[in-house]
Write a protein that binds this ligand. Structure first.
Ligand SMILES: [Mn+2]
Length: 307
């Protein structure tokens, strides 16, 4: 299996400097060599071209959505790249970049595969809209838009249609949810396993429930992993860190299960902010989780071949 690495140097959705620098930080720290060392062929597709608007024009296109047109533009390009990668039988891995890139990843994956599920691992809901968001930052909106809730420009990224069914969402590690998001969670058929639930039932049961939720229901799963899902005491280098999150081992366990399920069609790793990181500790966690995930994928593919 060929792995496509895609850099998404996007920070407009977070409205904060730093996440745009992450793709090259991953490369400088050997992400290509890491993937190769596990035994995969890897092709770096480079960075998606992101426009650089002036800061004083952030509300130029919509009074409550910062950098709307530029974010849509970047996600249209990302979606096309993801679609092409999956269509060729490759596994695309997006190195973010802020989480508004989930719009493009899901749009591309859902064109390549009819009925996809989405696992969204995140301290935040990312299901705000321009009417509920306290900030207007689009990185808090991509999941809602993907199931058809929010501004039509976000819903219709890449293709004019709703990309996923709400029941095909499994969200893990939420603990910083806005009221509008809580209301939407209550009316949505997707599963939202907040940190309170994860702590109560344990990580094993969480992962069992996740896999059972999708069994026989979807053709493949897009995995969107936000580093802020991890407790901020371990992973400080993200745009919006939150305490009381997953341990690194928990995160590894979730992604390992997805990799070995044979269902993962694409993966985002988002919100590394090198300007906020301390001695590369968050970068190293991201690399370690990627390594563990791909090692699990490699073993399960090798087992399949020898079976
Ligand atoms: Mn997020």
């Amino acid at each position: 299996m060929l792995i496509n690495l895609i850099g998404m140097p996007l920070n407009l959705g977070a409205d904060k400097l730093g996440a745009n620098l992450a793709p090259n930080v991953y490369r400088k720290n050997g992400v290509l060599e890491l993937v190769e060392s596990i035994g995969f062929e890897v092709e770096d597709l480079g960075d998606i071209d992101v426009l650089s608007p002036n800061e004083d024009e952030k509300f130029k296109h919509h009074p409550k959505l910062k950098y709307l047109d530029e974010i849509v533009d970047a996600n249209n390009k990302l979606a096309k790249t993801i679609y092409n990668s999956i269509s060729k039988g490759n596994l695309p891995i997006v190195l973010g970049g802020d989480h508004s890139l989930g719009l493009g990843s899901i749009a591309g994956a859902s064109k390549a595969i009819k009925n996809i599920g989405v696992v969204w691992i995140d301290a935040h809901g990312d299901i705000n809209t321009h009417t509920t968001s306290p900030t207007g930052n689009i990185h808090g909106m991509p999941l809602a838009a993907s199931f058809g809730v929010g501004h039509e420009s976000l819903i219709n990224v890449f293709e004019k249609r709703i990309k996923i069914k709400d029941e095909n969402i499994f969200h893990i590690a939420g603990r910083d949810l806005d009221q509008g998001e809580i209301d939407l969670i209550n009316s949505c058929r997707g599963k939202f396993y907040t940190m309170d639930i994860v702590k109560k039932i344990g990580i094993e049961k969480t992962v069992d429930d996740m896999l059972n939720h999708f069994k026989g229901k979807v053709d493949a799963i897009h995995v969107s992993f936000d580093l802020d899902s991890i407790d901020s005491k371990f992973a400080p280098g993200t745009g919006t860190p939150v305490k009381d999150g997953l341990s690194v081992e928990d995160a590894k366990y979730i992604l390992e299960a997805l990799a070995t399920s044979g269902m993962m069609c694409s993966l985002d790793i988002v919100e590394l902010n090198p300007l906020l990181d301390q001695n590369n500790v968050t970068l190293n966690i991201a690399m370690d989780i990627l390594k563990n995930t791909l090692e699990a994928l490699k073993s399960s593919l090798d087992e399949e071949l020898s079976a």
